[in-house]
Design a protein around this ligand. Structure first.
Ligand code: NAP
Length: 90
């Protein structure tokens, strides 16, 4: 399945992304920090061919993504996990 995840640079989201990749899914990861995306890609490097990073911010209209990006995702995503949050457990 094609799965979109918010918060993949966080504690829960990273674990979820790894699990879904191990199961063979293709991931679209909305991230607001390129530096954190680079670190995450290092951690998940063996799955890099099934990871697409999308730059986005939750508080922006359309998550800060362009109309073109939104259009390209329309009808392409099978499931969404929304794990992004202000909450910090650590
Ligand atoms: N940790 C647990 O054991 C646990 C257990 C049960 C439920 N939960 C729930 O799971 C959720 C996430 O917890 P967590 O521990 O994974 O938190 P976390 O480590 O603080 O991760 C939060 C994630 O949300 C992203 N984020 C926050 N604001 C954003 C915004 N405006 N736009 C885009 N991304 C944004 C962060 O991005 P940056 O990396 O760029 O900051 C990060 O990827 C919370 O609702 C928590 O209550 C957590």
């Amino acid at each position: 399945m094609r799965v979109l995840i918010t918060g993949s640079t966080g504690f829960l989201g990273e674990k979820l992304a790894r699990k879904l990749l191990e199961e063979g899914h293709e991931l679209y990861l909305i991230v607001r920090s390129q530096a954190k995306a680079d670190i995450l890609l290092d951690q998940l490097y063996s799955y890099k061919n099934r990871i697409t990073f999308l730059s986005g911010h939750l508080s922006d209209k359309n998550l800060g993504m362009s109309d073109e990006t939104i259009q390209s995702l329309t009808n392409q995503i099978d499931a969404i996990y929304h794990t992004a949050a202000l909450f910090k457990l650590r």
